[in-house]
Design a protein around this ligand. Sequence first.
Ligand SMILES: Nc1ncnc2c1ncn2[C@@H]1O[C@H](COP(=O)(O)OS(=O)(=O)O)[C@@H](OP(=O)(O)O)[C@H]1O
Length: 406
Amino acid sequence: MAPPAPAGSHPTSTEPLSRSVFRKFLLMLCSLLTSLYVFYCLAERCQTLSGPVVGRSGGGKEAGASGRGVLAGGAGEPVAWPAVARRKRLLQVQPWPRRRPPALRDDGEVAAWEEEPPGLAGSPGGSGAGSSVSETPPGTLALLLDEGSKQLPQAIIIGVKKGGTRALLEFLRVHPDVRAVGAEPHFFDRSYDKGLAWYRDLMPRTLEGQITMEKTPSYFVTREAPARISAMSKDTKLLVVVRDPVTRAVSDYTQTLSKRPDIPSFESLAFRNRTAGLVDRAWSAIQIGLYAEHLERWLRHFPAHQLLFVSGERLVRDPAGELGRVQDFLGLKRIISDKHFYFNQTKGFPCLKKAEGSGRPHCLGKTKGRPHPEIDGQVLRRLRDFYRPFNRKFYQMTGHDFGWDG
Ligand SMILES: Nc1ncnc2c1ncn2[C@@H]1O[C@H](COP(=O)(O)OS(=O)(=O)O)[C@@H](OP(=O)(O)O)[C@H]1O
């Protein structure tokens, strides 16, 4: 038998042809496997770099269509996001320069569309994190993956004003399968005549398996909002962050006072007749806290299991715990956990260790968690008495005692 030819040498006339073909085949197989391995490593590395903090781009299913698949599960019925979501997350690799970070208004909300045009929606609203990523994925991955599309929201934070809605949205955006508009669109209360196409255009791009979200706290008390949202999609999931209505009223007043320091005192606005203890329920700061009454309207259009009530108090005390419930409700994998938060002593609130898009620690702006003026104790007690029956009814309707009545 002829001795084996040195590696890489050409087959000799004495070497059988089949052996030479086999050797070439082996060589090609090795190259193929090496290329696959290199590509896999690159992709994995990108994903590792992005960690739990995510950025841009998405795609998805046809919004507004009936039974928008992935969200079809009810409250206690988590639906797993398709495996494709993992692949899609490759698009969220950072960092790419964000086009234009949204500016903050003085009330702490993200500035409206003149600051962040609809087409650029989706930046971390109110983050102030100074973070930067764009919607353009880097070359190779962009070629391999599609860029997603704009969808109508499948889940909306509908209220309540001053309940902790910004905190909930900012915390949720840490999730790689959540994409949200930064600013409040106010579509179902102020801009409904602009039409669903206009509304959809405000949304960030999402990929299949990602949820599009927005928050506009005034929807909860807008008479037309339940029917309008149901007309968009009866499968829409609704989140309501509720907070002790008395504290909420004071918070609401504090916000107005910060813009118009000359308004009358809280004590005088809260009563139609203070001596008689007659509470002015027409005052919006009081009215919004009548949760049971507002909820009745929503339940005429949505089944109870499509609403989730988030405790504003627990969102401060135990954000990860409350976010766990929210992720289950939205059918999301539980990714946001204790390790995403730290308690900032100066702010007096939980903050994110890594904000969406920046990877840096991030607390909400100075208009969130500001000190309240001192309110007469007797007035507060009267308001507690006033709200008690409404709160009890609300506990019954939601099946949860939020503990506002001591
Ligand atoms: N983590 C964290 N950081 C800062 N603030 C937090 C946080 N979690 C909840 N909150 C509470 O959120 C309250 C503001 O609620 P909203 O974001 O719903 O307000 S708004 O309706 O959008 O204006 C705000 O109310 P005030 O304390 O009255 O300012 C906060 O108490």
